[in-house]
Design a protein around this ligand. Structure first.
Ligand code: IPE
Ligand code: IPE
Ligand code: MG
Length: 252
């Protein structure tokens, strides 16, 4: 264990066994393009490296006892990137979903894709459908990949379905509370993230899980996603361990 002891945000020494393990970790995997560029490589090289890093982080998260992991892979806004980059990303998703299938089956991982799948190519949707269906009963890591995901888009899609159900008399206005609305989101049944990690320096949500992150702890690191590893994940968990989650209350 390379990282048996290290320092928390407050500079206290902390052992792995002292870490508070969040139930749900969400990640904005940012910085692939800038990292590749800094190495004199095309941005797409960074995406390919980023996909490899994600495989390792899934296993590390599982080994550390994290139950839910949700990663941002492609936003509704990312379609406005150059066509060649978008095409490469779609090619990588196809490849990744296939590799992910084998890994998920052997690691007992359940995989779900959140986002608007209707915006994806038919063949990609089909492999996602099979991946979701065949891993649905797996009880290990619950792994969500956000593809063609935007929080505003998710809420509007949910709202349309909810209004349709209302029109059909499926519920009364008084039934609409937070949990009722949540059930119309792509994350239905998944607890809210406890810890949100964003790599590569930017400190914004970029339309990611805005409803679900209402009370999450945020951790930002300058490390670009292709350089993120287990030691960096542990650093985020150390920061999380030293946070005081008050949920609006006065500390007991
Ligand atoms: C994140 O890396 C991956 C996607 C958004 C698909 P970026 O591609 O945003 O890399 P930077 O932020 O431009 O370096
Ligand atoms: C957010 O990163 C989306 C993903 C990581 C998939 P972006 O790189 O697209 O976000 P902005 O443009 O910096 O806000
Ligand atoms: Mg970026």
């Amino acid at each position: 264990m390379a990282q048996a002891m290290s320092f928390s945000e407050k500079g206290e020494k902390m052992e792995l066994s002292q870490l508070k393990i969040p139930t749900h970790v969400s990640i904005i995997m940012d910085g692939n393009g800038r990292w590749a560029k800094s190495k004199g490589m095309p941005r797409t090289y960074g995406h390919s490296k980023g996909a490899d890093v994600l495989m390792d982080i899934c296993e590390d998260a599982d080994a550390l006892g994290i139950k839910y992991l949700t990663v941002y892979a492609f936003s509704t806004e990312n379609w406005s990137r150059p066509e060649t980059e978008v095409k490469t990303l779609m090619f990588l998703f196809r490849k990744y979903i296939k590799i992910c299938y084998g890994k998920a089956m052997s690691n007992n991982t359940r995989v779900r894709v959140i986002g608007d799948k209707t915006g994806l190519a038919e063949d990609l949707r089909e492999s996602i459908r099979v991946l979701e269906e065949d891993t649905a009963k797996n009880t290990g890591l619950q792994f969500q990949i956000a593809i063609n995901y935007g929080s505003r888009d998710e809420m509007l899609r949910g709202m349309r379905r909810m209004m349709q159900d209302y029109k059909e008399g499926k519920f009364a206005l008084e039934d609409v509370d937070e949990s009722h609305f949540s059930s119309y989101l792509d994350t239905d049944g998944i607890p809210d993230p406890d810890l949100m990690i964003r790599t590569s320096g930017e400190q914004r949500l970029s339309n990611y899980l805005m409803w679900q992150h209402a009370y999450s702890e945020f951790y930002f690191t300058d490390v670009p996603w292709p350089k993120f590893d287990k030691a960096e994940l542990v650093k985020a968990l150390e920061a999380y361990t030293s946070r005081d989650r008050r949920y609006g209350k006065v500390k007991a």
